[in-house]
Design a protein around this ligand. Structure first.
Ligand SMILES: [Zn+2]
Length: 569
């Protein structure tokens, strides 16, 4: 490809709302262009990367037994009502109304459509298992589209669905996809970490995410370097130290004038935070919820939401708290009634806690569960942190940031029951089909690849998904043979099967080198009057500092050999 003809230009300016490195670089490299918030055009360079990633995905999924199909973007709203997920997805669903006043959904995902489709073709256990997938555009009306392609409203995705007769079959399909995903990310040159993920309040029986580790990732991952346990912070659990449990002492009232926050009460009484209980107030699906947790811990709202099986969860406002009759700054579940009380299981990891006295400026000493209060739910709702201890091996947790690029999920029979997808077994009995779903966000993968592979000058594409292999960079000089030699080399390089971006512009070395660095093509090949004096050309790998000179004669073949080695890795 001649750069002078390539659609899309590099630029110095970045849009004011570009808040991530990948967004800035994608725009500066002329790879994407924003049409509206969270809606992008993919220009030729970006599309080449997408196609390479898609090819790898297709090869791995096909070799795992997947069959590709294509499902409609427009989905009847009735299907979403039938599954009950229309309300759960809420305002994220894009909807349109047709001329007959029928409401249609622009597919944010395709579990409903494919489950209904499968229900029309699968009759017997002999028709299963099935692995069906597509690569298609999805739509989600994000509240705040941000970070360029990372949280877009329209985005390309590979989604696969597995259909099995039993748990053992689902487990086999799941493991096949885990292996395929590991192969895909490795072959894309993008090392991904597989982490345990939250599977939500409904149906899920197991779920993992594939994360590209990068400092700007929006997800936090809790990782144990000792045993390898890794989980999204939404899901991660840790050991709650219960070493200081003592005999329960009699409940005692103490005056705590002006001391409300846990920090104030703990320092006033000269006790560690872990010897206190704090109260936090939420509203879950319009119901007021009183949450109690050990004073040194924080609530994980995802875990809490799951425990409550709530669709919507938020912190209660000050007005709502006061309106419920709670004495802020001195609240505890002791002696309270009429509230839905959820306690973190840390309340059982200690004894003789200090907690609120439910009267102004009053706290209670020696509060013990269940002697002094009850809770409707006692479960792990703690936000795990770096420094906490691993429940598997006792190691000390570390925290990393990552971008989720893949998700595998055992959905079970929830949807097949709602949509009537069943099969007849050997004995003639009917059962719901077990479903798994498996996604890779391909647009997001493009952005995450840049987050993981860049430097101050620009992108540093992994060789496997780079839009081109070679950046051919002649420095033209009147009266030299640069143009002639370079045209010949361009043809020779392409004849070896390499993809070449030929910077045939009459620009200065500075401009050309800057663009070469910005675009991040793995190898820059420079020819100038000076290199030709020695019948040589200059090679510079994008991620290396030094340059190498090799003879022009045989250069194309030598470069092809290098790429062959790199791509085989
Ligand atoms: Zn561990």
């Amino acid at each position: 490809m001649r750069l002078s003809k390539l659609f899309g230009k590099t630029q110095r300016e970045v849009p004011a709302d570009a808040d991530t490195i990948s967004h800035k670089l994608l725009v500066r490299a002329g790879m994407v262009n924003q049409l509206a918030a969270g809606i992008y055009s993919y220009l030729p360079l970006a599309l080449k990367v997408l196609r390479k990633a898609e090819n790898i995905i297709r090869e791995e999924i096909d070799s795992a037994g997947g069959q590709e199909l294509q499902l409609p973007v427009l989905q009847p709203d009735e299907l979403w009502q039938l599954s009950g997920r229309g309300d759960k997805m809420g305002e994220v669903l894009f909807t349109v109304t047709d001329r007959r006043e029928h409401k249609l959904v622009l597919g944010p995902t395709h579990e409903e459509v494919i489950t209904q489709l499968v229900s029309r073709y699968v009759r017997s256990y002999r028709d299963l298992p099935l692995l069906l997938y597509q690569i298609q555009t999805k739509f989600r009306d994000e509240t705040r589209p941000r970070a360029g392609l990372i949280r877009a409203r329209e985005f390309p995705m590979k989604d696969l669905y597995s259909f099995d007769t039993d748990e053992a079959g689902l487990e086999i399909s799941y493991q096949k996809m885990v292996t395929a995903y590991q192969n895909i990310f490795r072959r894309c040159g993008l090392p991904a970490m597989m982490v345990e993920a939250d599977s939500g309040a409904i149906g899920g029986k197991g779920s993992h995410e594939f994360m590209l580790i990068t400092p700007n990732g929006e997800d936090e991952i809790i990782h144990c370097p000792k045993c390898g346990y890794a989980a999204n912070v939404e899901k991660a659990t840790s050991i709650k130290d219960s070493s200081d449990i003592g005999n329960p002492l009699p409940l005692e009232k103490i005056a705590t004038p002006g001391k409300e926050a846990i920090e104030e009460v703990a320092s006033f009484l000269k006790i560690p935070h872990r010897n206190t209980l704090k109260a936090v107030f939420y509203v879950a699906d319009r119901e007021f919820v009183f949450v109690v947790i050990r004073g040194d811990l924080e609530v994980n709202e995802i875990k809490l939401k799951n425990q409550l099986a709530a669709t919507d969860l938020r912190l209660a406002t000050d007005a709502e708290v006061r309106g419920s009759g709670i004495i802020t700054g001195a609240a505890s579940p002791v002696g309270l009634s009429g509230f839905k009380i959820v306690a973190d299981d840390s309340i059982t990891s200690g004894s003789n806690f200090v907690a609120g006295g439910n009267k102004p400026a009053t706290h209670l000493k020696n509060v013990n569960y269940p002697r002094d209060f009850n809770a409707e739910i006692v479960a792990d709702i703690t936000r795990t942190r770096a420094g906490d201890r691993c429940p598997i091996c006792g190691g000390i947790f570390e925290s990393k940031q990552g971008i989720e690029v893949g998700h595998v999920f055992k959905l079970g029979t929830f949807l097949s029951e709602k949509l009537g997808a069943s099969f007849i077994d050997e004995k003639g009995e009917s059962h719901p089909i077990l479903i798994g779903c498996y996604g890779i966000g391909i647009g997001r993968l493009l952005a995450a690849a840049i987050e993981q592979n860049h430097d101050d000058q620009g992108i540093t594409w992994p060789v496997q998904i780079a839009p081109y292999d070679v950046y051919l960079c002649p420095l033209y000089k009147q009266g030299s043979k640069v143009a002639e030699v370079c045209d010949g080399l361009y043809a020779e390089l392409r004849a070896t099967g390499l993809e070449v971006l030929f910077d045939d512009r009459k620009e200065s070395a500075g401009v050309k080198f800057n663009d070469a660095d910005l675009l991040g093509i793995p190898l820059r090949v420079t020819l100038s009057a000076r290199t030709l004096e020695k019948a040589s050309l200059e090679l510079k790998w994008r991620t290396e500092k030094q340059t190498i000179f090799i003879p022009v004669d045989g250069a194309a073949a030598a470069i092809a050999v290098e790429f062959h080695k790199l791509k085989a890795k």
